[in-house]
Design a protein around this ligand. Structure first.
Ligand SMILES: *Cc1c(COP(=O)(O)O)cnc(C)c1O
Length: 399
């Protein structure tokens, strides 16, 4: 991950900065680690939906996991094949379902009985058959932040295991629905690997249950959730894809011919992006010293939303003396804080700070709260120099 741009100090801040070379390194690792004949990786577009990033990921032959009609549209425009797109989400609208049916996507991951009935109806109107997977809520604790936990029985996601009989009855009476698989996604930023092992055990039981009923599932979708190292992004930039895929290879018990789908988002793009911000003011408080930056929760919401920590560096300071600072943004919210007691070299007004690991759930969650301007995204690539320059030029013209 290199910050390497011309006229860094005269750039308008804040901006997102993406290292496409590093993304390529990550994608190569991912390709190699997931290389098994029945493994299929679908990139979770919601983590970062910027065109150059989607194009590179599509270029590596991965599929796309989408959670809205617009995500399906941009995935198709960026080069993902329609038959490699899966569509999840608890609240798919009729328009989105119709659009996805017309694009003949690979699979709908269905989150409720009513949704299955509506997809059947809309597919009937179009004289099509919808391939679906039942998203099952496996009631497994992902051991991550509660706001990114999705596989517990109290969460809004998925259908509880108790209702599977009812679901199968509905599917049997839905001529325009074809049951292709089951889907699980228990949460995000999962760092404890035993969680995935528990998920495998739960899936194995469910897979056997279907088999005993005489239902051959074509695929098992294990979702995403592999975490990244926010504490030490420079030491540990690429997630341990090798052990992640090896784990599923070892612990999932499949029937002959069954495919496995993975939906990784954060682990694919998280470390490829950073947020660059300028210190507007160094403010001496009563109990702590604040660095007031020109980026805030409008550009990087994760700290405010999930108490997330992003590694912060000062790239301008020439001092060796280190001080503790509370790093905040300009937004009128107390939660607009990137961290307390952050040790940084003595910092002055005008210094540039880098917030690492902002490639996933950074720019996509940005807002114009406080009527803030949308900020630029800049790309670095030696391998795809022309593409990077092209996008950097377009961004500059638009702003
Ligand atoms: C968000 C999401 C993902 C991706 O999660 P990551 O933690 O970014 O890997 C995968 N599947 C579904 C259904 C999601 O909602």
């Amino acid at each position: 991950m290199h910050l390497d741009i011309d006229n860094l100090n005269s750039r308008e801040t804040p901006f997102y900065y993406y290292d496409l070379d590093f993304l390529e390194t990550t994608l190569s690792d991912l390709s190699i680690a997931s290389m098994r004949p029945n493994f299929n990786v679908h990139y979770a577009v919601k983590a970062n939906a910027n065109r150059p990033i989607l194009e590179l990921i599509a270029n590596h032959g991965f599929g796309a996991d989408c959670v809205s009609g617009n995500e399906i549209k941009i995935a198709l425009e960026s080069g993902f094949a329609n038959e490699s797109i899966v569509f999840a989400g608890v609240g798919k609208t009729d328009d989105e379902i119709t659009y996805a049916l017309n694009q003949e996507i690979l699979c709908f991951n269905c989150e409720s009985i009513q949704e299955i009935e509506i997809i059947n109806e809309l597919a009937y109107n179009l004289n099509k058959t919808a391939r679906i997977a039942i998203r099952i809520n496996p009631n497994i604790n992902a051991e991550t932040h509660e706001k990114i936990t999705t596989g517990l029985i109290e969460n809004k996601f998925g259908i509880s295991m108790n209702r599977l009989g009812e679901v199968l009855e509905i599917i049997k009476n839905s001529p325009n629905i074809e049951l292709s698989g089951v889907h699980f996604h228990i949460g995000s930023q999962i760092t404890k690997m035993y969680v995935f092992r528990e998920l495998c055990a739960r899936i194995n039981g469910i897979n056997r249950w279907f088999n005993e009923l005489g239902i051959q599932l074509e695929h098992i979708n294990v979702g995403g959730g592999l975490g990244i190292d926010y504490d030490a992004p420079r030491i540990n930039p690429v997630p341990n894809f090798q052990s992640y895929f090896a784990l599923f290879d070892k612990f999932l018990q499949l029937f002959p011919g069954q495919q496995v789908y993975f939906e990784l988002g954060r682990s694919v793009v998280g470390q490829s992006g950073m947020l660059v911000t300028k210190v507007l003011y160094v403010k001496e408080g009563e109990t702590q010293n604040f660095l007031v930056c020109d980026a805030g929760m409008t550009e990087l919401l994760r700290p405010a939303l999930y108490q997330a920590k992003h590694h912060i560096e000062n790239i301008s300071s020439i001092f060796s003396k280190v001080e503790n600072y509370t790093v905040v943004g300009p937004i009128c919210e107390t939660s607009d804080c990137f961290g307390k007691n952050i040790a940084l070299p003595l910092t002055r007004r005008g210094d540039l700070l880098i917030m690492y690991s902002a490639g996933a759930y950074g720019e996509v969650m940005s807002s114009n709260y406080n009527l803030r301007n949308k900020v630029d995204a800049l790309y670095r690539s030696t391998r795809w120099k022309e593409m990077a320059n092209e996008y950097n030029r377009v961004e500059a013209e638009a702003s």
